[in-house]
Write a protein of this length. Structure first.
Lengths: 334, 321
């Protein structure tokens, strides 16, 4: 009888822990790493905020190689984590392979796109990066004295070209004669973590006359921002608010509220609504950062002009071309 | 391309070639003594981390350099222990060191600074300052030669000049000293050296200590000269390009300088011009990135002279009984 009791007890305990695990969300960071001061760190911050506000717990993993993507998804799904939130466009293919095997688990791909018809348990969260980039492009053109501004991208993928294209459109909107120099760091994932190359690219752009540089390049961007400060020009950060990295040198940061996306996915838990969601300026999914570190760099006219453009974009009066819609850019040739 | 642009590209070439050159000379010492070293990447990485970390903690770039060299020499010593003393496979030991360095740096960085595997940004004395050579300002006005002296030759950090001086120093040590003769002999025919009563193990250890020292300089230059701090995996394959340069240079110091400058130039041009129009044909940037490897394969295939590695390279020395 006692044995039976303890058995039943442990079974109940097991059921309880299983229940607890079922409610726990999991987060998978892309290869840039959890603390890239940018994209993945924003995801981490969102998850941390969720844990602090709700008292819940989440599991996370930093991927070390391409091969781990599917493995990590399966491990989390089998352990009962729900939803499984992932960052980075590269996760969409592994999710396509895995999702059907775990129909009760909700998967979230931030920056990736998975067909909602074929995989009803997947939510794709996309951002209107071109809109945010347009706004910081306007600021760059207004802050530039030379009339030449530049862009450093990480890996050469359509998503990063979308940043560059929006940025160039914003620049040209303010100053149609402005020159925009756009460079990509490389074509492999190593391009996200090569600050030395980022520095050299920035120096090359400075020697071509650029005095504002926008870095959308993960860890490589840290080298860009550092060089911009060393050489006395302005820089623009990306994804997270990077203004504090070099106060007085970082003009602003193009915010991509990955933290909000992660927070809301975890908040919804297992009842997450799937499908495709695009976070735009209207939802504050993208934007530009203002704080005490860059207050002295941004004049009131600049901010007023940017706010005006922002309102116009939200109202639909101003359309910013999205590079990924037709793989071409009216304001920039790659 | 005007003169100013040319100077800027060449200036960038010098900066990019310096870590390659130091790592290449490091590999040269090691391989000339018969120890193949695929772990250049790992040694540079660990030196980059410790030089940045100690420079951040002490505020002195010299202390950082010291720590970088010590860490790199220790890693070299580990390679020696595995492949010289215990006669393990040199390639496997080298690869293991690369993985060890990649993991260890991030782990220690996270423990010390809690900034996700990076060090804090270095300020002031924590970084190598650019040195302005004597008369650079005065001579600047001189046409052609003035800008060359001011832009290209002057204004680099001290490690760049050290790296360039290492080339004649390496040549002198290898080809003009008794130690160098023995070092080369131990890479070609260790049994002959042993017969002459000179310690093969001792010579090989000496070579890898020099190798560690040079990798330490390379790592320190990356993290505290070119950058202001360590970032995960910041060597980004430069150790492997240095190995390619070593083969391209046929294991000779002056050729190593030329090979590294050439590879540096290719990178600098690729960074400056993303796509090059070459008489109507557009050369994409990827071709420039791949050229160092393509050139190395061409050399290895025997099209441009023959690249003959040291004969005893890769083989642990076993005394005959």
């Amino acid at each position: 009888m006692t044995t039976m009791k303890s058995l039943a007890g442990s079974a109940a305990a097991l059921a309880l822990t299983a229940g607890a695990a079922l409610a726990d969300p999991a987060l998978i960071y892309d290869l840039g790493g959890k603390f890239d001061k940018s994209f993945n760190e924003a995801a981490f911050n969102g998850a941390t905020r969720w844990a602090e506000e709700t008292g819940g717990e989440f599991r996370d993993i930093e991927l070390q190689s391409e091969a781990q993507r599917e493995q990590a998804l399966r491990r989390f799904a089998e352990a009962g984590f729900n939803p499984v939130v992932t960052t980075g466009f590269s996760m969409s293919t592994p999710i396509t392979n895995v999702a059907a095997d775990y129909p009760d688990t909700k998967f979230v791909t931030i920056d990736g796109y998975v067909d909602p018809e074929a995989h009803p348990n997947v939510k794709s969260i996309l951002f209107a990066e071109h809109q945010g980039s347009y706004l910081v492009g306007m600021m760059a053109a207004m802050a530039s004295e030379s009339g030449t501004v530049s862009f450093v991208g990480g890996m050469d993928i359509p998503l990063i070209r979308k940043f560059a294209c929006g940025y160039a459109q914003g620049v040209k909107a303010v100053n149609p004669d402005a020159t925009v120099i756009a460079n990509m760091t490389g074509t492999t994932p190593a391009a996200w973590n090569d600050p030395v190359k980022g520095s050299e690219l920035t120096k090359a752009q400075i020697s071509q006359g650029s005095d504002v540089v926008f870095a959308a390049a993960g860890g490589t961007g840290l080298g860009v921002l550092q060089t911009a400060e060393d050489e006395g020009i302005l820089s623009i950060g990306v994804d997270s608010n990077q203004n504090y990295l070099h106060p007085g040198s970082v003009l602003t940061s193009m915010l991509k509220r990955v933290d909000v996306a992660v927070f809301e996915s975890m908040e919804a838990g297992a009842d997450l609504e799937t499908g495709v969601e695009v976070l735009t300026l209207a939802e504050d999914g993208v934007g530009y950062a203002m704080d005490e570190n860059n207050a002295s760099l941004v004049s009131e006219e600049m901010q007023a002009a940017v706010e005006e453009a922002k309102a116009a974009i939200i109202a639909g009066d101003l359309a910013v071309h999205d590079y990924t819609s037709d793989d071409s850019c009216p304001a920039l040739t790659f | 391309m005007d003169f100013a642009t040319l100077l800027q590209v060449l200036d960038s070439t010098v900066r990019l070639a310096t870590p390659l050159l130091l790592a290449c000379l490091a590999g040269l010492f090691s391989e000339r003594s018969g120890v193949i070293d695929i772990g250049l990447e790992g040694k540079m990485l660990i030196a980059a981390f410790f030089s940045a970390a100690i420079a951040a903690l002490t505020g002195s770039v010299w202390m950082g350099l010291g720590a970088g060299i010590v860490s790199s020499v220790l890693l070299s010593g580990l390679h020696g222990l595995a492949s010289i003393t215990f006669r393990g496979n040199q390639l496997i030991s080298g690869v293991a060191l690369n993985f060890l360095a990649a993991g260890l740096t991030v782990l220690i960085a996270q423990d010390w600074f809690s900034q996700g595997g990076r060090t804090p940004s270095l300020m002031g004395a924590g970084r190598w300052e650019a040195i302005t050579l004597p008369f650079a300002e005065t001579l600047r006005a001189v046409p052609v030669l003035g800008p060359i002296y001011y832009e290209l030759i002057s204004g680099h950090s001290i490690l760049v000049y050290v790296a360039l001086l290492c080339v004649p120093a390496t040549w002198w040590v290898l080809f003009r000293t008794r130690f160098g003769l023995r070092l080369r002999a131990v890479g070609e025919a260790p049994e002959a050296v042993d017969t002459a009563g000179v310690s093969v193990v001792g010579l090989r250890y000496a070579a890898i200590v020099i190798c560690g020292l040079l990798c330490g300089l390379a790592g320190s230059y990356l993290a505290t000269g070119l950058q202001a701090g360590f970032v995960k995996d910041m060597t980004a394959g430069r150790g492997y390009i240095a190995l390619a340069a070593l083969i391209f240079a046929k294991w000779r110091p002056w050729y190593a300088l030329m090979a590294c400058l050439l590879f540096g130039l290719l990178q600098a041009v690729a960074l400056r011009y993303q796509n090059i129009d070459f008489g109507g044909i557009t050369i994409p940037v990827q071709v420039m990135d791949a050229l160092p490897y393509i050139l190395t394969v061409v050399i290895l295939a025997g099209f441009v002279g023959r690249a003959i590695p040291p004969r005893a390279g890769g083989e642990p020395y076993v005394k005959e009984r």
